[in-house]
Design a binder for this molecule. Structure first.
Ligand SMILES: *[C@@H]1O[C@H](CO)[C@@H](O)[C@H](O)[C@H]1NC(C)=O
Length: 391
């Protein structure tokens, strides 16, 4: 009879005291464990990152009699409780008819549960989480299509009362709650504004409640179905549509349509607004007309940053005279860069007329775009007037 190492130290304590009782107890308990174990073995490939120590299947209790197994060493299990005493190891996704109860059981002491954001924020008493000695149970009753989403079990690693989630041992399952009335997970907004950033994947989160629904993407004006080729735009039943490398022509009002049986429904509208988005923060270059300037002469400090066309770069200055409120002026401009790929140069020139002693020090320019900011500095020394009146 194979036993799991997980079988608690408590059981063996009983064994030494009431031998006979304990054997019966273990056999009974073991059957349950073995069943869970078996169902899990068949689907191992689906399971993300198993704990390596216990990934060897069932084993006899006699092999490691003194090991006190903690949640950290144990394999993470996520099982769906079908009805009393019946478990099934969950795969990547499961479907539960809206209205039915979701019950998930996850091995570990303790475990932490992650649920769809809407459930976390809007607790109306339907979600119940109970921690038993060796496993946690999540129960969600009176379910609706809106409960569709990812449910995650994180085993906790505890030292005394200090516990932390073991992210690498988390087990996730995506649960669909097919709802005969709602093909899309309802949204509280009539429309949603989404920024399309140059070359950054954009998701249209039209989440269906049933994995069987056929989903298409549509443009409102002109009214056409958008081609989903899997490369430029792809669909994932757990996520919605992704526009992988947004371009200006992707902008506009779009919506999804789901059909299943006789039902055909439209999703929330997505207003896609195209934003020229830089690939990286700017890399400014600073240069002073001279590193050593005489009192009374003029100084120019220029700051230039080259970037994508139509992507704004803002340049700001810090200079020594700032503290005493010395007013300085800048000449700013944007010009195309000749040759090669389309680039543009943003330049700001700080003009210091009739340099005084207070102008000596560090000049810093900061160039900023939507991705971030970068500063560069240069030092300028102020020297006494050249050639005093004496011959
Ligand atoms: C679930 O629905 C039933 C029937 O409508 C209701 O009596 C019960 O209070 C609901 N339970 C919760 C926790 O909302």
């Amino acid at each position: 009879m194979p036993l799991m190492s997980l079988f608690g130290s408590k059981g063996r304590l009983v064994l030494s005291t009431f031998l006979l009782y304990a054997i019966i107890f273990e056999l009974a308990y073991c059957q349950n464990d073995a069943q869970e174990q078996r169902t899990s073995l068949g689907k191992k490939a689906n399971k993300p990152k198993l704990g390596k120590a216990t990934n060897k299947g069932p084993r006899a209790v006699t092999t490691k009699p003194k090991v006190k197994t903690t949640a950290a060493q144990a394999q993470t299990f996520l099982t769906q409780v079908l009805n009393r005493g019946k478990f099934t190891k969950v795969g990547d996704t499961i479907s539960i008819q809206a209205g039915d109860t979701l019950e998930l059981r996850c091995r570990g002491k303790p475990v932490h549960w992650g649920v769809p954001l809407y459930l976390e924020e809007d607790d109306d008493g339907r979600l119940k989480i109970v921690q038993h000695e060796r496993y946690g149970v999540l129960t969600l009753v009176n379910t609706t299509g809106a409960d569709t989403g990812e449910y995650t079990c994180y085993p906790m690693y505890c030292e005394d009362t200090d516990c932390r989630k073991e992210y690498d041992k988390a087990v996730k399952v995506f649960v669909f709650f097919p709802d005969p009335q709602e093909l899309f997970v309802p949204s509280s907004d009539y429309y949603e504004v989404i920024q399309l950033r140059t070359n950054w994947p954009t998701v249209l989160p039209c989440q269906v409640t049933s994995p069987e629904a056929k989903v298409t993407l549509h443009r409102e004006f002109p009214p056409v179905e958008v081609v989903v080729d899997g490369t430029e735009i792809s669909f994932n039943v757990k996520k919605g549509f992704t526009i992988h490398r947004p371009r200006p022509y992707h902008a506009g009002a779009l919506y999804c349509v789901a059909s299943l049986g006789n039902l055909r429904q439209s999703s929330t509208k997505y207003m896609l607004i195209y934003v020229n988005y830089p690939m990286a923060p700017p890399a400014p270059v600073i240069q002073a007309s001279t590193s050593s300037v005489a009192v009374g002469e003029n100084l120019r400090v220029s700051c230039t940053a080259v970037g994508e066309p139509n992507v704004a770069i803002e340049i700001t200055w810090e200079y020594p005279g700032q503290e005493i409120g010395r007013p300085l002026y800048t000449q700013d401009g944007v010009s195309p860069v000749s040759g090669g790929a389309a680039r543009q140069q943003t330049q700001s020139v700080l003009l210091v007329d009739e340099v005084r002693d207070v102008d000596q020090g560090t000049y810093t320019c900061t160039a900023q775009n939507l991705q971030g900011a970068k500063s560069v500095s240069t030092n300028v020394k102020v020297v006494p007037k050249t050639k005093p009146k004496k011959p």
